[in-house]
Ligand binder design. Structure first.
Ligand code: AMP
Length: 187
């Protein structure tokens, strides 16, 4: 099982865990948020297009995001699998991902849903803001991102639940402990 998604609210630890899981499985971890941030830093056209949405905690338009993901998934290192972190983020992106993969005769095999309660998420995000200074990590934007997750992203899980491929994992605890739980969910 090597075509994987990790989904969860901001602050659940997706990015950290995605890197560890991908390493364990020898597949690339693909974070759409990281790709956007890299483009913003390098002041590319894509970065300029995405910046205002990211800074306000809104989703970057699907047209921009979908093209970026299609291009990334056409790269050779994804031939034996991938772990997508941060995509899909709404139901339209679920359908787009299905189409991208169908063109290659592939499909999503498992969705890892990383959960944590809201107070814990806000605390972690504020902490990260202090440490890393992400421009979308002030309290107001954090609360907005949590709302965007609840309203736009959480509903897409139903589509994957219908397929019976969702495993829910508790994101609370030591990083290594959570990684173990995630790897167990792939057995
Ligand atoms: P993340 O690092 O995954 O929390 O993503 C940071 C920000 O990048 C999000 O708040 C969105 O503004 C943007 N972003 C990342 N992935 C997507 C996506 N699949 N669709 C739209 N916007 C995204």
């Amino acid at each position: 099982m090597n075509r994987l998604l990790i989904i969860g609210p901001p602050g659940a630890g997706k990015g950290t865990q995605a890197v560890k899981i991908a390493e364990a499985l020898s597949i690339p971890a693909i974070s759409t948020g990281d790709i956007f941030r890299k483009n913003i830093k390098e002041e590319t056209e894509l970065g300029k297009e995405a910046k205002s949405y990211i800074d306000s905690g809104n989703l970057v338009p699907d047209s921009v995001t979908n093209n970026m993901v299609r291009a990334r998934l056409s790269e050779e290192d994804t031939a034996n699998g991938f772990l997508l972190d941060g995509y899909p983020r709404n139901t339209a992106q679920v359908h787009e991902l299905d189409a991208i993969l169908a063109d290659k005769g592939e499909k999503v095999e498992r969705v890892l849903l990383l959960v944590a309660d809201n107070d814990e998420l806000v605390a972690r995000l504020l902490n990260r803001a202090a440490e890393q200074g992400r421009t979308d990590d002030n309290e107001e934007v954090i609360r907005h991102r949590l709302n965007v997750y609840a309203e736009e992203t959480a509903p897409l899980l139903e589509l994957y639940r219908e397929r019976g491929i969702v495993k829910e994992i508790d994101g609370l605890g030591e990083i290594a402990e959570v990684t173990e739980r995630l790897l167990d969910a792939l057995k």
